[in-house]
Design a protein. Structure first.
Length: 311
């Protein structure tokens, strides 16, 4: 830039704080003028603003990662919670839940969410029924059974067999039911939020099962961080079959009964054949589990003692 006197502006100035300021001769027609270096307070504010921006960006990335992880695993977590709930509260009213839970094993994930809604509605109805039974107008059948011996010497009333009983402690009565309903509600909220997020940001639905959608598989060995991303996104895909075989073995070892012996036969079929054959047989095994799980639960529930069936 040329000044009216024919002089030129310099890229540095005397007050810039640069130690290696170039020597300017008296005949030099360059005018050394630029903005001075910011003072210490301004530099501190600038560093604080930069750190705040980086921290906010890191926070947003972590939050989105947690949302994606929740979207990927929430269905499995909810199904595990339901399985624990109905296993700890075995009764006839929970048998339909076990049937729906077993069906979800054989259906794709898109239909699993629909069945989860049905289970949520049904469990809510069970909770309402339990609360209605607590009304003073409803007589306690267990008290009647204890004081009036039936023909079959029954020790359990029909309502107890169904899964309802008098209990003055609300949390003991509905605690596990409330936890299950909350888990099902969180599942719906997370799935809806992620679906809306992908729609707003133009992300493909094909990447909804990936925690790191921008990660490329061929870069897994570039760094330790890439290796962790690979394990998170593709770990179960690569090693899930072996993990399932190990869990099947643990289940057979814990049970030690006829069904455990059948389980070991399945383990032998999978372990002694190729992966292509195991991939073809796996749906048959899943169908077997879909049938055997509710059947075991139904046999454990049995018939009401008041019917004298089998006495």
């Amino acid at each position: 830039m040329t000044t009216p006197a024919g002089m030129h502006q310099s890229v540095v100035s005397h007050d810039s704080g640069i130690d290696d300021f170039p020597y300017i001769d008296e005949d030099d027609m360059t005018l050394p003028i630029i903005v001075a270096r910011p003072n210490r307070r301004r530099r501190r504010i600038q560093r604080y603003n930069d750190a705040t921006i980086r921290l906010h960006k890191f926070y947003c990335e972590v939050v989105e990662l947690l949302w994606r992880l929740a979207d990927i695993h929430i269905s499995s977590v909810v199904l595990i919670i339901i399985a624990v709930f109905i296993s700890n509260n075995v009764c006839a009213l929970h048998l339909p839940v076990m049937v729906l839970l077993a069906i979800t094993l054989f259906l794709p994930n898109s239909l699993t969410n629909i069945l989860s809604l049905f289970m949520c509605v049904y469990i809510c109805l069970i909770a309402i029924l339990k609360m209605i039974y607590q009304l003073n107008n409803i007589h306690d059948w267990d008290h009647f059974i204890r004081n009036n011996h039936s023909a079959c010497n029954a020790t359990q009333s029909f309502p107890t067999w169904l899964g309802v009983e008098k209990n003055p402690h609300t949390w003991q009565l509905l605690g596990s039911t409330i936890v299950t309903i909350v888990a099902l509600g969180l599942q719906s909220a997370i799935i809806y939020r992620q679906r809306h997020h992908r729609s707003v940001h133009g992300e493909s639905e094909e990447t909804k099962h990936l925690a790191f959608p921008k990660f490329h598989l061929e870069d897994y060995d570039r760094s330790f961080l890439n290796s962790l991303k690979f394990l998170i996104d593709y770990g179960f895909l690569k090693f899930g079959f072996e993990i399932c075989i190990c869990l099947m073995g643990i289940s057979a070892w814990v049970r030690m009964d006829f069904l455990a012996a059948v389980q070991t036969i399945w383990i032998g079929i999978f372990a002694l054949n190729s992966r292509s054959f195991a991939r073809w047989v796996w749906p048959i095994y899943v169908l077997y589990m879909t049938i055997i799980l509710p059947l075991q639960y139904a046999l454990y529930v049995g018939f009401p003692e008041e019917t004298c069936f089998g006495k």
